[in-house]
Design a protein around this ligand. Sequence first.
Ligand code: F6P
Length: 344
Amino acid sequence: MGIKKMKIGILSAGGDCPGINATIRGIGKTAIVEYGMEVLGIANGFAGLLEKDVIPLNEQLLSGILTLGGTILGTSRMKPFKHQEGDMVSDKPQLIMQNYKELGLDALVCIGGNGTQETASLLSKEGLNIIGIPKTIDNDVWGTDVTFGFDTALHIATEAIDRLHTTANSHKRVMVIEVMGHHAGWIALYSGIAGGGDVILIPEIEYDMDVVANCLLERYRKKKPYSIVVVAEGIKTGKKKKNAGAYIAKKIRKMTGLETRETVLGYIQRGGSPTPADRILATRYGAYAARMISEGDFGKMVGIRGNEIVSVPLEEVGGRLRLVNPDNGLVDKARHMGVCFGEK
Ligand code: F6P
């Protein structure tokens, strides 16, 4: 009798980002070619595990997806350990455990951001063989230096800022651009610096509107005809629905009298083909995850430290955010070059 093939499941959960397909391909191809495993794609995140909505993945299906944005498996924000509106199942974790067994899975790879890694950690505690892979444009997953998706979002945001420069200059305007990042300021900080932003506001650094207004007026006095203000969506605005870009633009107009326009970049940051750096990172994460499965190294998330792929216990990752340190070297260098973070 031959040795039973290992059967693994892959799902993507939470907000999508460029590079998910590259990582699915990295896991799947390595699992099939190198380790002779059977691979099941699970549709729409954890929702697919509740409904046993799966598709067997073979080499043909895994070909041609490296450059594709989004996720061929679909995704959802269904949280197995939280009661959510419209839930049809009373005990979601129990059904997931049962379906994992009925599908004959030996391991499950969970591709996702913070919320997904938290769920992955809880499922691992329940006894499932879980591997986490960090993905998100926000770059805020604890335990790794970088998540794939971030580099692509950074390119998109930087290009948008570059384009705002030329129109800002023609009209001598203040241009406010709101970028994503949830509670973290990584996209705003990096695109702000890469795009030569004059003011960068991030949730991790408390800002004062008087300081921002003075900084813009000072530029005007120095005969700088326009200004670029990069705002992270997560900054405090005193309102539940933050509308950070619009809020800051309105304040600037009122406090300085300068002609000001705002742009909200939105979901464009999550769409389209991943950059080469994200394709490579996603592929490395995927291939490493397949190797961890073959070695039975479960209950961990793949990550990168420096240029080395590492694994981190999921219980260390779950529920923690990796935010920008206000004393981060890049912030400090920008401060010394006159970039305004709105600090008093
Ligand atoms: O986590 C990625 C992200 O795009 C955040 O930057 C943003 O705050 C959030 O997702 C938007 O979520 P949704 O897709 O649920 O609108």
